[in-house]
Design a protein. Structure first.
Length: 414
């Protein structure tokens, strides 16, 4: 099946051109991208929303409001499935389904972004090319967003330039009826002055204006769209000759395609696994830096789970001799006082400060503890009662032993 972004909604057709679905939740779409390993259809359009729809269940996974107006430029990173959007104010944003804000927000051009392309070659999706209405093309390293590694002005005047990467890293650009192809040899070498890299191939077309271009998979063919239809140009060495039949087989038949769809559904990745760095999947968690070890050198506990005195010893704020002089009190004040050592050194007091007010959970637990019989609580209650009786006796003794005034309730004491 294939999806088409039309004036009002997104429509899905089969190989015979029969309409199968009409996705009314997508209004005025302009760009579509299909994520094959996640079975997600990413849609953006005039309202300025980026929506992910699961094509296996038909449900919308998530939708993000870009807050940057209408979007007419979108592409995906084939290595990480991250969506790259180009906006009218020259900003490029990178999106994933698990975050409502862009991972990267980059001011790439001084005008609207007309085209974005990500290198699908063996570089691992490291390089991104952007073209703007200001007539400039820039190359970016996705590992470092401090600045572009190379930029130049397009040949010819007028029009909105378009860019596209081939499977072997060749960059094709069109502007004002001229097709320029740059080889990967000197393309990604950093170059500060705005000078164009050496050309690999150039070809003018009389059909103008040129509206789009795309490399044909597994072939050395570049297809260009213009006002009169489509044209093809041979670009030697741009296609990938050694394809992986388990990923994509250009010679597969109907049965192989059906089997591939079944295996793809069984191996579908969840949308939450889309991240900027896909290499972390399958790795082990990093070991804590500060840990406590026993006499054999084995790991005992994390630094954050150690007592306060142990954390002071690990961080080096308290020596071993000074730590022996520290005595912990069990009273309610929660203070830890230190006595002077034989060397005349004093350990500063470490107090536990309560931050914030008492939470509702603590009040609830305190209320629940009233029904719990604790020996220490009973001893404290008995001590408080004895002190109360002693105060009453002292008060009675200080009054001179004068008899108390009779009360009406004295009859009940007999």
């Amino acid at each position: 099946m294939f999806a088409v972004a039309q004036s009002k909604h997104v429509y899905i057709y089969d190989q015979n051109g029969v309409e199968l679905h009409r996705l009314t939740s997508h209004i005025e779409p302009t760009r579509l991208e299909f994520l094959p390993y996640h079975w997600l259809l990413a849609v953006t359009g005039m309202p300025g929303y980026l929506k992910y729809q699961d094509t296996s269940t038909g449900q919308i996974v998530t939708e993000h409001r870009t807050k940057l107006g209408a979007c007419n430029t979108m592409t995906q990173n084939p290595h990480s499935a991250v969506i790259h959007l180009g906006h009218q104010n020259g900003t490029v944003t990178l999106w994933t389904p698990n975050m409502s804000t862009p991972h990267v927000r980059l001011l790439a051009h001084m005008g609207p972004v007309s085209s974005i392309a990500v290198d699908p070659s063996h570089s691992g999706g490291r390089y991104m090319a952007t073209a703007g209405a200001d007539g400039r093309i820039k190359l970016w390293d996705c590992r470092n967003w401090k600045g572009c590694i190379r930029e130049w002005t397009t040949r010819g005047a007028g029009g909105h330039p378009e860019v596209d990467f081939s499977a072997r890293g060749h960059l094709a650009t069109i502007s004002s009826g001229v097709i320029n192809v740059y080889g990967p040899g000197a393309l990604f070498n950093p170059h500060k002055p705005p000078v164009a890299p050496p050309l690999y191939l150039t070809h003018p077309l009389p059909q103008r204006p040129l509206t789009g271009l795309q490399f044909v998979p597994f072939q050395d063919v570049l297809t260009i769209g213009h006002a009169n239809g489509l044209s093809s140009v041979l670009v030697p060495g741009s296609g990938e000759p050694q394809f992986d039949s388990r990923e994509a087989d250009p010679f597969e038949g109907r049965r192989a395609r059906r089997e591939r769809e079944v295996h793809g559904l069984l191996d579908k990745l969840p949308a939450d696994m889309i991240t900027l760095d896909p290499e972390f999947v399958g790795q082990l968690a990093a070991q804590p830096k500060e840990t406590e070890t026993d006499e054999r050198g084995r790991l005992k506990a994390s630094y954050t789970k150690l007592p306060r005195l142990e954390r002071l010893k690990v961080s080096g704020k308290v020596d071993a001799e000074e730590a022996g002089a520290v005595e912990e009190d069990d009273d309610d004040s929660g203070e830890e006082e230190a006595e002077a050592t034989g060397n005349g050194k004093k350990v500063e007091k470490v107090r536990k400060k309560m931050r914030g007010k008492e939470t509702a959970l603590k009040r609830y637990l305190k209320k629940k503890r009233k029904n719990v019989i604790d020996p220490r609580t009973e001893v404290l209650r008995a001590k408080i009662e004895s002190q109360k009786q002693a105060r009453l006796a002292e008060k009675k003794r200080s009054s001179g032993g004068a008899p108390e005034k009779p009360s009406v309730l004295d009859r009940f004491r007999r």
